[in-house]
Design a protein around this ligand. Structure first.
Ligand code: AMP
Ligand code: MN
Length: 207
């Protein structure tokens, strides 16, 4: 499928050729939609992400038990466990794999695989409890830009952005505009955090 992959990306076969690694698989589920936000703004595409147990945004999926199941079977099991839905994900849905940065020198080596799967709008509606990514921009510049300014697990934000461009779900100039606004939002939240930190430091020193 992929002959040569760019900067640190591995094909499915290349990734599986490494021995002594754990593998984790995650998937971006999405669909087209004709529905309108507030009856006027076209939503165009519905993309599902998750608010994870650790408070970070990510895609559904998880660790695969390589001795017992294929990557895709492991991903389907995780989707059943996390979302309660039976979806078939195939090798053709594999986008790329990469080495996850080690969180500690002694932590096991991990390769994360990313899949993309297009569903029907009806199938998307069956998948509850997930976060829908707003691709639109509201009057005050919110929507996609606010969404992108949150914290994401691993390279989930990059996986989302790559998918938006590769699948042409969003024009590059619209994404660029949203990201510029995200930087401002991000700077603003950093300022907020700084103020909150100073406030709690003052309270701590009083007590
Ligand atoms: P999970 O069981 O879903 O937490 O995934 C297993 C491992 O993959 C965890 O160690 C996460 O840190 C990592 N991980 C989860 N999502 C992503 C992602 N989108 N990109 C890179 N690594 C991830
Ligand atoms: Mn998971």
């Amino acid at each position: 499928m992929h002959d040569q992959m760019a900067n640190g990306q591995l094909s499915r076969a290349e990734a599986l050729a490494f021995s002594g690694y754990r593998h984790a698989c995650h998937v971006m589920l999405y669909s087209d939609t004709k529905s309108l936000l507030f009856g006027r703004t076209p939503i165009k595409h519905v993309i599902l992400m998750q608010m994870r147990f650790d408070g970070l945004l990510g895609f559904p999926g998880g660790f695969v038990n390589q001795s017992q199941e294929s990557l895709e079977a492991g991903l389907c099991r995780e989707l059943q466990e996390e979302l309660g839905v039976a979806l078939s994900i195939s090798e053709d849905d594999h986008v790329d794999a990469r080495h996850a940065p080690r969180t500690a020198p002694c932590s096991p080596r991990l390769i994360t695989h990313f899949y993309v799967k297009k569903l029907t709008e009806e199938q998307i509606k069956e998948v509850l409890g997930m976060v829908r990514v707003p691709l639109y921009t509201t009057k005050n510049g919110g929507g996609l830009s606010s969404f992108l300014s949150h914290a994401f697990i691993g390279n989930a934000r990059t996986q989302l952005l790559d998918s938006l461009l590769r699948l042409r779900l969003l024009a590059p100039e619209d994404l660029h505009k949203a990201l510029k606004h995200s930087m401002k939002t991000h700077a603003h939240s950093a300022g907020d955090l700084q103020a909150a930190l100073a406030l709690t430091a003052a309270k701590r020193d009083q007590s």
